[in-house]
Design a protein around this ligand. Structure first.
Ligand SMILES: NC(=O)C1=CN([C@@H]2O[C@H](COP(=O)(O)OP(=O)(O)OC[C@H]3O[C@@H](n4cnc5c(N)ncnc54)[C@H](OP(=O)(O)O)[C@@H]3O)[C@@H](O)[C@H]2O)C=CC1
Ligand SMILES: CC(=O)[C@@H](O)[C@H](O)COP(=O)(O)O
Ligand SMILES: [Mn+2]
Length: 383
């Protein structure tokens, strides 16, 4: 029986993880879970599965839950996240928190020798240099949940990583893939949230529309698979059927295909190196799909992608600035405070105004993240 802590259980990935676990009661048990602010959903989950340790963001929410569930251990805040990430009885931590908030619990879980199933790509974007070192030092598994990285991980199974020629990271193109740059002026939040292929949380859906999601994934791939940025190619594939591919030195390309269903990479990370039945998972009907199409991304239209490649190549503190500024600008767009195209504008300004640090420590990353958010807020007169 694999015992799991799920961080970010109330979100899109978190709830799909509950679904996977619920269908394999003989194999998995969620012993601990964290939520942000959605206490109603926490209580819904408790009706489906019995979870002993719970962490939420606010102390008042924790007090409410503790009074209602006296036999459970309820924590709050970052300290609480760390407590449930390092529990003795836990084997693996599935991190599905959105954003920078996922970083500290990941680091502490690795130090407690927990395997990590990582959906929270922001962790690797901002601190890939720290995480990859710790993973080696503490000899734990870092298993990708992000669909593209799971596809690459599956394509590399049994292969020699030194024989990778390039990674082909597929991208749906997001909600605005058929719009020209001029047509992006004045697009609404509602339109941006209408992802063509995937149903996901709000932040990542907006990131897909700007293509910051793909930019973050380029940096995530660099750290996960130890390749150079020149070896990572983004390919627009509007059908989201090939979840990514690897080309090897002999020009063979191996990829992973499937319906867009995040339960598959979630389950693969939990069952690895085995596979198991995906309850409710439908076989891919290629005859019905009929056509798979591909095109090169336009780096002028999708400036976010160019910014991410540059930040990744510059390294050091740059990816942290890119991520923090994007998290803040993404949220401001969702709140109707800025226009869609201002997201990349603000991120670019933050990157140009930042004082570079070559090899930032965790404490410095926390400060850089705060600086980037604050910079964006100041730029639009919110601070
Ligand atoms: N959704 C998807 O299909 C995919 C997601 N990912 C990645 O997985 C991660 C999660 O995405 P997704 O599930 O879509 O996001 P959601 O917004 O749906 O869920 C985010 C989760 O994080 C919690 N949370 C938010 N802020 C904080 C905070 N400050 N401290 C603690 N917990 C917090 C939320 O709690 P609450 O709701 O209770 O406030 C919720 O449980 C992201 O990094 C995303 O990029 C990667 C590939 C696919
Ligand atoms: C499901 C998943 O992994 C997302 O990251 C998804 O890939 C977003 O799609 P695009 O960023 O390709 O639009
Ligand atoms: Mn992805």
């Amino acid at each position: 029986m694999k015992k799991i802590t799920v961080l970010g259980v109330t979100g899109s990935i978190g709830m799909q993880t509950v679904d996977v676990v619920k269908n394999h009661p003989d194999k998995f048990k969620i012993v601990a879970m964290s939520a942000g602010y959605n206490i109603e959903k926490v209580e819904e989950i408790l009706k489906i599965i019995d979870v002993k340790y719970i962490c939420v963001v606010n102390e008042e929410d924790a007090d409410y839950l503790q009074a209602k569930y006296p036999n459970k251990y309820i924590y709050h805040g970052t300290d609480g996240l760390v407590k449930i990430a390092v529990l003795n009885e836990v084997d693996i931590v599935l991190n599905a928190i959105v954003g920078f908030a996922g970083l500290v619990p990941t680091i502490e879980a690795i130090k407690a020798k927990k395997d990590i199933a990582l959906a929270n790509k922001e962790t690797l974007v901002v601190a890939g240099h720290i995480i990859t070192k710790l993973v080696k030092e503490y000899d734990v598994a870092l298993l990708p949940v992000d669909s593209e990285h799971s596809a690459i991980f599956q394509s590399l199974n049994g292969e020699n990583k030194k024989q990778i020629k390039k990674i082909i990271l597929t991208a749906s193109g997001g909600s605005f893939r058929n719009k020209t740059r001029e047509e992006l002026i004045g697009v609404s939040v509602e339109e941006a949230l209408n992802h063509p292929n995937w149903s996901m949380g709000a932040k990542i859906t907006i990131d897909s529309a700007t293509l910051f999601n793909k930019g973050l994934e380029v940096i995530e791939a660099k750290w996960l698979f130890d390749v150079s940025y020149d070896q990572i190619e983004v390919l627009i594939h509007p059908e989201s059927i090939i979840h990514s591919m690897v080309e090897f030195v002999d020009t063979s390309i191996i990829g992973q295909l499937g319906n867009p269903d995040m339960r598959l990479p979630i389950q693969y990370a939990l069952t690895y190196p085995q596979r198991d039945i995906l309850f409710g998972g439908e076989s891919l009907d290629l005859a019905k799909v009929a056509t798979l199409t591909f095109k090169k991304p336009d780096f002028k239209r999708f400036k976010a992608l160019a910014l991410a490649y540059q930040a990744g190549r510059d390294g050091g503190s740059k990816p942290c600035v890119l991520n923090g500024a994007n998290e803040q600008a993404n949220e401001l767009f969702r709140r109707g405070k800025i226009e869609f195209l201002q997201i990349e504008e603000l991120v670019e300004k933050a990157l140009n105004s930042h004082r570079f640090i070559k090899d930032p420590t965790l404490q410095q990353l926390i400060e850089i993240d705060a600086w980037a958010r604050n910079f964006v807020l100041k730029e639009i007169g919110e601070n």
